[in-house]
Design a protein around this ligand. Structure first.
Ligand code: LIP
Length: 277
């Protein structure tokens, strides 16, 4: 059977590398920071320039395809996942890291058809690590196959999470209370590199057992979902139900046992959905 989307994936890989080299060049030089949803939700000229570069190039090569892009949505474009082939793009995942020169910044490109994710490309551009996965064909980092950890004991695990960009005291208390529950299971440690996409790639690489977060957006996780699945991992909503790309909540884990143990500890927040303006 012909592999319909390989051409699109090859283009995504080449775009992620080009975009990543722009991001790498701009780290610590692009200090024109603008605020989005809060004083800690940052955007820079590089986020906007790189998203434009990616979208214009895809439009030229695949004129019928659709887009969901972090900066386009911020500028008022709809965040709608239809049946049409759709590129889901975060030009700079880890913008706060980017602004501070903290070396975990990724270009993240997911691709869905009939609302099903077909491939994911995450380029961690400062580390120069290119993570790729195509549905049914495995996950790779710089061409080397990835496999999640085989750990089934939560108390032998490292869990990744983030504080996100909401500084409302009640939300922060909620984040700490879930984190406290998980830490006291106990687990070996809690980590977080400041990029949802890279955290998911670390799950796929087997060095952390799971990553969870509430408050992320579909463009932060779309590519990572395919990479985790193809490395043998599982995805879940933090409430224990199936992952909903638009619900702004995710658990990505090496297996069902670890995912369920985490979901039991989380005080679930209901957030405004990505697909409801
Ligand atoms: C960020 C994520 C980070 C999360 C932030 C934000 P951005 O993405 O990757 O892990 O905690 O809330 O969504 O805004 O840098 O693309």
């Amino acid at each position: 059977m012909p592999d319909l989307w390989q051409d699109a994936m090859d283009h995504a890989v080449s775009l992620a590398r080009t975009a990543g080299s722009h991001v790498r060049d701009a780290v610590q030089n692009d200090m024109k920071v603008t605020l989005k949803s809060s004083s800690v939700d940052l955007v820079t000229k590089t986020d906007q320039k790189v998203e434009k570069l990616i979208i214009e190039s895809v439009k030229e090569k695949f004129p019928t395809h659709s887009f969901i892009g972090e900066e386009s949505v911020a500028a008022g474009e709809p965040c709608e996942l239809s049946d049409s082939p759709t590129w889901i793009v975060d030009p700079v995942d880890g913008t706060t890291n980017f602004v501070h020169g903290y070396p975990f910044v990724a270009v993240s490109i997911g691709f869905a058809v009939n609302k099903k994710l077909e491939f994911g490309v995450v380029y961690s551009c400062i580390e120069d690590k290119l993570y790729t996965a195509r549905r049914g064909k495995g996950a790779f980092c710089n061409g080397q196959p990835l496999q999640v950890s085989d750990q089934t004991e939560i108390n032998q695990s490292i869990i990744a999470t983030e504080f996100g960009s909401n500084r409302n005291a009640d939300v922060v208390d909620n984040i700490f209370s879930s984190m406290r529950n998980i830490l006291c299971l106990p687990v070996h440690g809690i980590r977080g590199v400041g990029s949802a996409a890279i955290n998911m790639c670390l799950v796929a690489s087997g060095c952390v057992e799971a990553y969870y977060e509430m408050g992320i957006h579909c463009w932060d996780i779309a590519a990572g979902v395919v990479i985790v699945q193809e490395a043998g991992g599982v995805l879940m909503d933090v409430d224990g139900g199936p992952l909903d790309l638009m619900s702004r909540r995710v658990i990505a884990a090496n297996n069902q046992t670890i995912a369920e143990r985490i979901s039991e500890q989380i005080d679930v927040l209901t957030l405004p959905r990505d697909d409801i303006p």
